[in-house]
Design a protein around this ligand. Structure first.
Ligand code: PEP
Length: 254
């Protein structure tokens, strides 16, 4: 399958895996996916496993991502992790504004934008998550919500920074529910976000920025979703926790 933008598939392991379990998983993925060149591959373990996982993937095609970071450069923020700490483990990507962080920890678009600035300052590429709830979709507010989140979360990013940013469209009602967006719903939302990027930046930026789909991606629906013209990869939760399912998602996407 020939696509204009290189696919990027990331596994968000969330609050799962001991260090030993994380090592098992990443060793399995390294073997299974060793020959994959067509897709950028990212694993996002919990903070506690970043150090050990980073050593295993050093000589592989897997890249490391974190699931969150603090917006400040460092200092008295008990319990938080700054970008420079992630850099120690060669973290290349960071998921920002995941709906679980927006819902459970009150993260706002403005905070996500500050985190994105901090990530870029450390040369870490943010994966910025946006997506509507079921209620918002049913009220016909999907585009208004996406527009607010995209404008707010990208606020202040230069064109150069935008080109090093990934957007993940994750309809909240599809996350962890087994209910994925239909291809039509996904394509429509992705095309809308791309049009917004053209408005906020220019056509060239809109054409180059990768927009991942997230929400109950599994081996059985990956091919159809990844073949959509404006879908440039996946952010995978549940199905990224096992070697077989994550590898099959990647292989079915090529
Ligand atoms: C996610 O949390 O980013 C996600 C997409 O989860 P799942 O694949 O389990 O729906």
């Amino acid at each position: 399958m020939e696509k204009e933008r290189k696919l990027i598939i990331a596994g968000n392991w969330k609050m799962n895996k001991t260090v030993a379990e994380a090592l098992d998983l990443v060793r399995g993925l390294k073997l299974e996916l060793a020959n994959v060149k067509e897709v950028d591959l990212v694993v996002c373990p919990p903070f506690t496993a970043l150090c050990e996982v980073s050593k295993v993937i050093l000589d592989s095609n897997l890249r490391l991502g974190a699931q969150n970071m603090n917006e400040h450069p460092g200092g008295a923020y008990t319990g938080e992790i700054a970008a420079f700490m992630l850099k120690e483990f060669s973290v290349r990507y960071v998921i920002l504004g995941h709906s679980e962080r927006r819902t459970y920890y009150g993260e706002t678009d403005a905070l996500v934008a500050r985190k994105a600035q901090a990530a870029h300052a450390a040369a870490i590429k943010p994966i910025i998550c946006v997506g509507e709830t079921l209620e918002e979709r049913e009220q016909g507010r999907t585009e208004a919500v996406l527009e607010r989140q995209v404008r707010g979360s990208l606020a202040g990013l230069t064109k150069e920074q935008m080109l090093e940013t990934i957007i993940a469209y994750e309809p909240v009602w599809a996350i962890g529910t087994g209910r994925n967006a239909t291809p039509e719903q996904a394509q429509e939302a992705h095309a809308f976000i791309r049009r917004l990027l053209a408005e906020l930046y220019d056509e060239g930026v809109a054409r180059r920025v990768r927009i991942q789909y997230g929400g109950s991606v599994k081996p059985s629906n990956a091919r159809e979703l990844m073949s959509l013209p404006d879908v440039d990869g996946a952010l995978v939760g549940g199905a990224s926790l096992e070697v077989r399912s994550f590898s099959d998602i990647v292989k079915n996407s090529i």
